[in-house]
Design a protein around this ligand. Structure first.
Ligand code: ZN
Ligand code: ZN
Length: 365
């Protein structure tokens, strides 16, 4: 068992402010009635700003460098990140890069292997003993991020007090501003953010890789601004998208895309469709082989034969995808014309693969 030093001021803050909210709410409702529409809308707008500053800013920009960002937007993101009391961009990225580098091991700061609640919130209560400055060397060159890191505490107080006073003055309701646009906003954003480390490593599917505990779950995406497609993200962390399909709910991806269209973000990194298809095939192959091995009703000889068949098919499919990818690379000039044909061919390969898999699974039953 690791010795961990508890940071009591962090415990008091993270457990104290939700209690303060719950204690004050009945008094507010009995004296003021329901909050005004203006107060509700302001709370929602601030929640969106804070949430997106973490996913679009802290996560996909600072931690993974999946695109380049205009300094004015970066400044706004840092302001909202500070307002969210979500730690500094440097500290957040440090912990997150460690999480990716050492996922599910002792060195993962919020490893799910230490339990759901550890990954959700308990890890924040402990003093971080695994500070690896080299992992964020590049971020120390970013003057804005370093400034936020150095003056974090006064900035948190200044911005939040300023925000409460401004909303209180505009709505003529200072208590409501404190309760909803500060306490409630922080409560929602904190636990949405924590859910990426707990729920998104707990409940869901693993279509891209089962080498790590990260899962895909569209429900989690609804409260985490698109971060619920965590299995894809851990498999391809340098892609600016988490919900890679057009129909997957990933507002952070849409914001980055929109910023790019407005000329405010550039160099959006994307993994190729071929890589994605190959990952899907690799994982399907792994899962089917596992099921064949586990099926005790099949004789060992039959089991080996089936495994061999599946492995050959997967290999053949991957080779065909590689040939298509290679020929697409070589024919750059004809690429646009050929693209739709290539897409069609590899889609056919995938359909064929799934048909075979499903046939096998049906006979197994
Ligand atoms: Zn994760
Ligand atoms: Zn990440």
């Amino acid at each position: 068992m690791k010795h961990r030093e508890i940071q009591w001021h962090v415990v008091a803050f993270l457990l104290g402010y939700p209690l303060l909210f719950l204690a004050m709410l009945p008094f507010y409702l009995s004296s003021h009635g329901a909050p005004s529409l203006g107060m509700i809308l302001t709370t929602i707008v601030l929640m969106l700003g804070c949430g997106l500053s973490i996913t679009v800013g802290y996560h996909r920009y600072y931690s993974h460098k999946t695109y380049q960002l205009n300094p004015v937007i970066e400044f706004i993101m840092l302001c909202f990140g500070t307002l969210a009391v979500a730690s500094t961009a440097l500290k957040w990225s440090h912990d997150h890069r460690l999480h990716h580098k050492h996922v599910d091991t002792e060195r993962d700061p919020y490893s799910i292997k230490e339990g759901f609640w550890h990954a959700h919130i308990l890890w924040i209560f402990y003093k971080n003993n695994t500070w690896e400055e080299s992992i964020i060397k590049d971020l120390f060159k970013n003057k804005m991020a370093v400034f936020q890191h150095r003056f974090y505490t006064p900035l948190v107080f200044g911005l939040n007090i300023g925000q409460i006073l401004l909303v209180g003055w505009l709505t003529n309701d200072y208590i409501g501003a404190f309760l909803f646009t500060f306490l409630l906003r922080m409560l929602f954003i904190h636990h949405a953010m924590y859910s990426i480390n707990s729920l998104a490593h707990y409940y869901g599917s693993q279509p891209y890789s089962s080498e790590h505990t990260a899962v895909n779950n569209w429900l989690i995406s609804l409260i985490t601004f698109g971060e619920g497609y965590h299995n894809f993200h851990h498999t391809f962390p340098y892609d600016y998208r988490n919900g890679v399909r057009w129909y997957q709910f990933d507002p952070s991806k849409m914001v980055i895309w929109a910023l790019n269209k407005l000329g405010l973000a550039s160099n959006l990194k994307k993994v190729s469709d071929f890589q994605i298809a190959k990952a899907l095939i690799r994982e399907d192959e792994k899962q089917i082989v596992k099921k064949i091995h586990m099926n005790q009703q099949l004789e060992p000889a039959k089991r080996n034969l089936l495994v061999e068949e599946i492995q050959n098919l997967a290999h053949e499919l991957r080779t065909r995808l590689e040939i298509i990818q290679e020929s697409a690379k070589q024919n750059v000039s004809n690429l646009t014309k050929e693209k739709s044909e290539k897409d069609e061919t590899y889609r056919e390969c995938l359909i064929e693969w799934y048909k075979i898999c499903n046939q096998y699974l049906a006979t197994e039953k």
